[in-house]
Write a protein that binds this ligand. Structure first.
Ligand code: PEP
Ligand code: MG
Length: 586
């Protein structure tokens, strides 16, 4: 790393969304391209330059055709036509000729020649009221974007770093995240984002610091700059001085000592003072996390978000998936792994499956809706999960269900996959547990009906909060309104727990709310006895549980349910938690 002695330190203030501190070089990911410079080229390099351009056009063609093929396979999809238009644009004769002419005559790089020409076409259409022409503008922009990225070799796909890096980006989608070489990533510093985005959830899962809302960092930082990311205070420091680093080193030593003390008891059972067993499981996104999960003190995985494996290879075979799921199941043996079937859509976009951009992705084609709409994809996953179930304890749950019909439809497909596999000679254990996520208010309101169809319910409070309060979980502007402790959310949780108890089935909570030590007394008081949390929080939570009395928690919850606002409720639960386990707040 460059010695920082003579270069002044610079600090950006943002919002901390995942704790920890990292010191490394920056790796800046740009999601837009600056206007290319008009670099002159030698006359003898013209052919090489044009070859480079044709190669970029060729990769773009393959990319568009692949998306188009997926669209065509989908019944009733009209989106395939859009890609036909993109292919025509890509091979438009007049564009091809003009770019070649400019490169030959002006002796400038093809990036500049192509980009300028496409911008001219876009400018002619920009801001027109006619919806047809507006669409053409978007088509040109889309194709130009793809070609430019290939020309620059800038596709995000699998960037590899030699040394550990801190990722600096405007935004980081879950599909970007899965394509990074995560073994070298020490933290995420983003210009936008929120605590409930999947990038933040992943950072917490991987135990990496993350800070969002760091304005203008992509403009001001360059790959290779030495930076320090502080996921406690929400800071990013460029060229941290030796004095600053020393301060961080001693802070780290203190927090390591506290953490070590906590970790000593992580494998001990989590039972409240009055004997109530609270199952603390871990959430997982990647197979590579399994060792860390085993080591965290969690005996089970309460939520395995399968969409990240899917995004790593959307066309992966059933055999590959079965192998990956089996690895996870074996790693947790004899514990249970609850796999959630694909929840793509929302912020987890699979470009091959999604097709056209949706105006409101969180209210659109997401979760079980995609699975029931793309049954080949769903069947592949269900078969792979059933095959993995012969290797250990498997639970399967369906995300984003809004009522009992979707649960029935999903179960019917699961049954048909099971019959198929049996006929093919596979063995399928009887004890697979089937569940439904309760993360849409309509599902919570009909939890009693859903409970008759499943073995367990799992509360996804990240989405339940966003859908109940009509607050986009990614939108920082309304982040103050995103209150998991709002009385409406708590009432829906209560209804779900009551419905599960009446039906005699299990109920767990796997949203981020369960990882919040402020809220554990309240959740236990509401009757929850299965919590699934980021693996880094397991030891802390088990410690908290051992200090609590479930009976007292219930009295607290009864009082809390009479309160009128989210902040009031949070405050009451937090001050109770602070009284019971102050050491966790140090
Ligand atoms: C949730 O919504 O609470 C949940 C666990 O699912 P995700 O965060 O993946 O949407
Ligand atoms: Mg969810």
């Amino acid at each position: 790393m460059i010695p920082s002695e003579s270069i002044p330190e610079k600090i950006w203030h943002g919002t901390a969304v995942s704790s920890g501190v990292a010191h490394a070089v920056a790796h800046v990911l740009k999601d837009h391209f600056d206007e290319p410079e008009e670099t002159p080229i030698a006359a003898e390099d013209v052919e090489k330059e044009l070859e480079r351009w044709h190669a970029a056009l060729e990769i773009t063609r393959h990319e568009i055709e692949a998306v188009q093929k997926v669209m065509e396979n989908e019944q009733g999809s009209s989106e395939a036509d859009i890609f036909e238009a993109h292919l025509l644009l890509l091979h438009d004769n007049s564009i091809l000729k003009q770019v070649e002419k400019t490169v030959r005559e002006k002796l400038i790089c093809v990036d500049a020649a192509y980009y300028r020409l496409m911008c001219k076409h876009m400018d002619a259409l920009r801001g027109l009221a006619d919806s047809y022409l507006r669409e053409r503008f978007l088509d040109i922009k889309d194709v130009t974007h793809r070609v430019m990225r290939h020309l620059r070799g800038e596709m995000l796909q699998h960037p590899m770093f030699d040394d550990p890096v801190i990722i600096i980006a405007h935004d980081l989608t879950p599909s970007d995240t899965v394509q990074l070489d995560r073994s070298k990533v020490l933290g995420f510093a983003l210009e936008t984002g929120s605590a409930n985005s999947h990038a933040a959830i992943i950072a917490r899962s991987l135990g990496l610091p993350a800070v969002v809302r760091l304005h203008n960092i992509c403009e001001e930082l360059h790959s290779g700059d030495p930076v320090l990311l502080d996921g406690e205070e929400g800071l990013l420091l460029l060229n941290p001085s030796e004095e600053t680093l020393e301060g961080y080193r001693s802070r780290e030593a203190q927090s390591d000592a506290r953490e070590d003390a906590l970790q000593l008891t992580r494998h001990q059972p989590s039972v409240t003072l009055d004997g109530c067993v609270i199952k603390v499981s871990a959430n997982a996104e990647f197979i590579e996390e399994m060792d860390a999960i085993r080591d965290s003190g969690a005996e089970h995985v309460g939520l395995f978000r399968t969409e990240f494996l899917h995004l790593e290879d959307p066309e992966g075979t059933e055999d590959w998936l079965a192998e990956c799921y089996t690895q996870a199941v074996k790693a947790m043996n004899p514990g249970e792994v609850i796999f959630r079937t694909l929840d793509i859509g929302g912020d987890k976009v699979d470009p091959l499956a999604a097709g056209e951009t949706e105006p409101n992705p969180f209210l659109g084609w997401r979760g079980i809706r995609v699975s029931l709409g793309k049954q080949d994809l769903f069947r592949k996953q269900l078969r792979a999960l059933l095959r993995a179930a012969s290797q250990g304890r498997v639970g399967i749950m369906f995300p984003m269900v809004c009522g009992v019909e979707e649960v029935r439809a999903a179960r019917a497909l699961l049954d048909s996959c099971a019959s198929e596999l049996l006929a093919e000679g596979y063995t399928i254990p009887d004890e697979i547990q089937i569940g439904a996520m309760i993360e849409i208010p309509s599902a919570a309101l009909t939890a009693d009906l859903i409970a008759t169809e499943v073995d367990f319910l799992s509360l996804g409070t990240n989405d339940l909060t966003q859908y109940t309060l009509a607050v986009d979980r990614l939108n920082e502007r309304v982040a103050d309104l995103y209150q998991p402790t709002h009385p409406s959310v708590l009432r829906l949780i209560q209804m779900t727990v009551d419905a599960a108890r009446r039906a005699g089935i299990r109920v767990c909570i796997c949203g981020e709310m369960a990882s919040d030590i402020d809220l554990i007394p309240l959740l236990i008081g509401l009757g929850l006895n299965e919590l699934s949390v980021a693996s880094g929080q397991v030891a802390r939570l088990k410690h908290a549980v051992r200090k609590l009395n479930a009976h007292e928690c219930q009295t607290l919850a009864d009082e809390i349910m009479k309160l009128g606002s989210g902040p009031e409720i949070l405050e009451k639960s937090r001050s109770y938690a602070l009284k019971i386990y102050p050491e966790l707040f140090e």
